[in-house]
Design a protein around this ligand. Structure first.
Ligand code: TYM
Length: 337
């Protein structure tokens, strides 16, 4: 049977976190035997806010090396860099012309990020790229006729917009795009900030104790878990609403050890938060040690570029075929009646 297609990417805005791993990367790896995967490094999204070129280059290489270090296999998955496939930007323009300003201004990530630019810089200078971000993301997805998009919960609104644009354009031009669906991991679609568990863990957080980065120093990681905010009850129970900090630690343990949450709760009966944190530390440290050792092995090898060659070729093939169809259906291709 033909495998269904999946598409996803991670933005090159900073360190890849445990949230990115549990919400997305781990899923990519777990699913690569059963789906035709297209996984890219979202470097065009990585310039929506100012970033200097050395940092951007470093982030791109780091992201792709981490993909492989985490277990993505270039013989199973198509790995590529977004800007290497010009069709992403080309399709984004056509989609832009089928999207309204209101839709983009209503996006919560746009509101959050533009408010942050205003408060951080005291300026009204909001980069247009921030507004257009979800259109480019819709192009990333629709270009590949993907059935599923494996992402964390925070991407929900973006995927809904991609679906609205697809539906609108299918109605207007005839069957053009496949309707994509989001695909969340069973556990850990939203990993929380270690210091403020009412928020999601984010790589752009200013407090480095709030997140664990996959390349963090191991001793630092131990300290971060030790100082993770819990509550004063000392009762290990999964209750996201009333005990978000504790529930977050249980979620991390459950995802990384492949243990059901109820099983962890049983194992923790009568134990204190020290026991919970010790176990979370063990699973996180053992994962990061494995990833970091593989990362150090491959980061400077010539293999990295070789490993993205066939993924880039396959992506180019799929993307150019789709864009041709879009140009034919919209009338942009003037040579065809
Ligand atoms: P980004 O780079 O912010 O995050 C990458 C992936 O990690 C997930 N994620 C989380 N999952 C669980 N808990 C968290 N705390 C957490 N933080 C992040 C995100 O949901 C995402 O799956 N816009 C995307 C990148 C992108 C993309 C695409 C994704 C561009 N084009 C097309 C899918 C399809 C983003 O900024 O992800």
């Amino acid at each position: 049977m033909e495998k269904k297609r999946m598409i996803s990417g991670i933005t090159t805005t900073g360190k890849i976190t445990l949230g990115n791993y549990i919400g997305a990367l781990k899923n990519f790896v777990d699913l690569q035997d059963d789906f035709e995967m297209y996984i890219f490094v979202a470097n065009l999204h990585g310039i929506t806010l100012p970033i200097d070129k050395e940092t951007l280059r470093k982030n791109i290489k780091e992201t792709v090396a981490l993909y492989f270090a985490c277990g993505l296999d270039p013989t199973k998955s198509n790995i590529f860099i977004q800007s290497d496939i010009a069709e992403h930007a080309e399709l984004a323009w056509v989609l832009t012309c089928n999207t309204t300003l209101g839709e983009l201004q209503r996006m919560t990530q746009f509101k959050d990020k533009s408010n942050k630019v205003k408060s951080d810089n005291g300026t009204e200078f909001i980069p247009t790229g921030l507004l257009m971000y979800p259109v480019l993301m819709a192009a990333d997805i629709l270009l590949y006729d993907a059935s599923f998009v494996p992402v964390g919960k925070d991407q929900k609104q973006h995927i809904e917009l991609a679906r609205s644009i697809a539906e609108r354009m299918n109605n207007k031009y005839g069957e053009m795009f496949k309707m994509p669906e989001e695909y969340h991991p069973k556990v850990g679609a939203k990993i929380l900030d270690l210091q403020d568990p009412t928020k999601k863990m984010s790589k752009s957080s200013l407090n480095s104790k709030s997140y664990i980065a996959l390349l963090d120093n191991i001793e630092e990681v131990k300290k971060k878990i030790k100082s993770a905010v819990t509550d004063s009850e000392n009762l290990i129970k999964y209750d996201l609403e009333n005990k978000p900090g504790v529930s977050n630690l249980i979620t991390i343990w459950s995802s990384l050890a492949n243990l059901a949450i109820e099983k962890i709760e049983k194992m923790c009966e009568g134990k204190d938060y020290g026991f919970l944190k010790e176990n979370v530390t063990n699973v996180v440290v053992s994962l990061l040690e494995k990833i970091q050792s593989k990362y150090n092995e491959i980061y400077n090898s010539d293999d990295l570029e070789k490993w993205i060659e066939s993924g880039t070729l396959n992506a180019k093939k799929a993307a150019s075929k789709k864009l041709r169809k879009v140009y034919n259906l919209t009338g942009l291709n003037y040579k065809r009646k």
